[in-house]
Write a protein that binds this ligand. Sequence first.
Ligand SMILES: Nc1ncnc2c1ncn2[C@@H]1O[C@H](COP(=O)(O)OP(=O)(O)OP(=O)(O)O)[C@@H](O)[C@H]1O
Ligand SMILES: [Mg+2]
Length: 254
Amino acid sequence: MPRVLAVVNQKGGVGKTTTAVNLSAALAQAGQRVLLVDLDPQGNATMGSGIDKRTTTRTVYHALLGLSELASIRQRAEKGGYDLVPANRDLAGAEVELVALPNREGRLRAALERLAGDYDFILIDCPPSLSLLTVNAFAAAEQVLIPMQCEYYALEGLSDLVGTIKRVRSNINPRLEIAGLLRTMFDPRNTLAHQVSQQLEQHFGDKVYRTLVPRNVRLAEAPSYGAPAVVWDKASKGAQAYVALTEEILKGNP
Ligand SMILES: Nc1ncnc2c1ncn2[C@@H]1O[C@H](COP(=O)(O)OP(=O)(O)OP(=O)(O)O)[C@@H](O)[C@H]1O
Ligand SMILES: [Mg+2]
């Protein structure tokens, strides 16, 4: 059975998609069979994987609504070496349509179960909200990976997220746990970043990944080439951080 990881933070622009795409590619480079599910109507993970969201007709939306099987929706992200379930703006309407359907929180899980045998890892890139889409990711996942920036409001947002995970655990998915907190866009010259980082370690202990992802322009440039940075510029500091994170995850740490 694959390890299913949801990459979640309701705060926007914290590095969820960058993490999902680079972790998928680095896991593939390490010989793992990986499926990346883009669950965000922005379709950033789709574009960042080199698949054009504008010309893609079947997406995760069709799987959630039961219109197509994931097996016929997934595409090969050639450069990254993983499979991708794409998303585009079609998904923006899904929330409203899902509400009326049976098992509205469990639809992604049910769809993924039918191709579980094909993968070692399934990663889900979530939108910046705690919406029904994100709840579908929580229901499908065993673990939540939380990318975050070490800034003043980060801890406040984190307590909302941890509260939501607790509620999901008691109502929808009792085995859901936090895989780890990942510090992203880290700037070592910033004093506040160090303070927040220390507070995180005090509160969450070994749930904080040891790898720090630095602010690195190569990570931001890679999507415009339709390739993960770990493929496009493997020597960059940003790519190396994601390779180190992948090693931590494969060692089961945390
Ligand atoms: N470590 C980094 N160094 C420099 N730029 C980064 C880094 N990580 C992400 N970025 C850039 O910051 C922006 C936001 O990152 P990303 O899209 O991964 O965040 P997100 O949490 O998925 O955003 P959203 O909430 O909108 O989905 C992007 O332009 C991305 O290229
Ligand atoms: Mg994103």
